[in-house]
Design a protein around this ligand. Structure first.
Ligand SMILES: [Zn+2]
Length: 159
């Protein structure tokens, strides 16, 4: 993906108040991120381990979601990139955008704990033996599927 700047990232969040978006922890090493291999930028807040963030460009426009994983609910496979982790994948919840979110509604999904789906799909990060089931898809096709899954999740947050 095209690199994102900190102001772009802060302006991208669909389910945060302006104040929350201003305060949330944006990675300090943006220049060192492997942008060419990323379908989306995902990170956890080092000061608040139950908070995670995901930003991607949808038709060129940065869109971001703030996530929480307050409870240790886990299952084997990431819903975004379909990588299996022996230690499990956390359930992450996103407050819905707008009025629905203010009423306490959220949507959940299972995502790789380090949000490095793009790197697992490309074989740049190893999730361990048997982590990916044998598939005939190319890396490009797997990346496209991951993007489609994230876009679908974003749509569930904003609909
Ligand atoms: Zn994943």
């Amino acid at each position: 993906m095209e690199p994102l700047t900190e102001p772009e990232i802060r302006a991208a969040f669909v389910n945060c108040t302006k104040g929350e978006a201003k305060r949330l922890a944006v990675p300090r090493d943006l220049a060192q991120r492997p942008w060419a291999d990323l379908d989306f930028l995902g990170w956890r807040d080092p000061q608040a381990p139950d908070r995670a963030y995901l930003v991607m460009r949808v038709a060129g426009v940065p869109r971001g979601v703030a996530l929480r994983s307050p409870r240790p609910v886990r299952r084997g496979m990431c819903s975004m990139c379909l990588t299996t982790h022996s230690g499990g994948v956390p359930l992450m919840a996103a407050r819905k955008a707008g009025a629905a979110g203010q009423q306490g509604n959220s949507v959940g999904t299972y995502i790789c704990a380090d949000l490095a789906c793009s790197l697992y799909v490309r074989g740049k990060k190893d999730a361990g033996a048997g982590a990916r089931f044998a598939e005939s898809l190319t890396v490009t096709e797997k990346a496209e599927r991951t993007v489609a899954n994230v876009v679908a999740f974003l749509a569930r947050v904003t609909d």
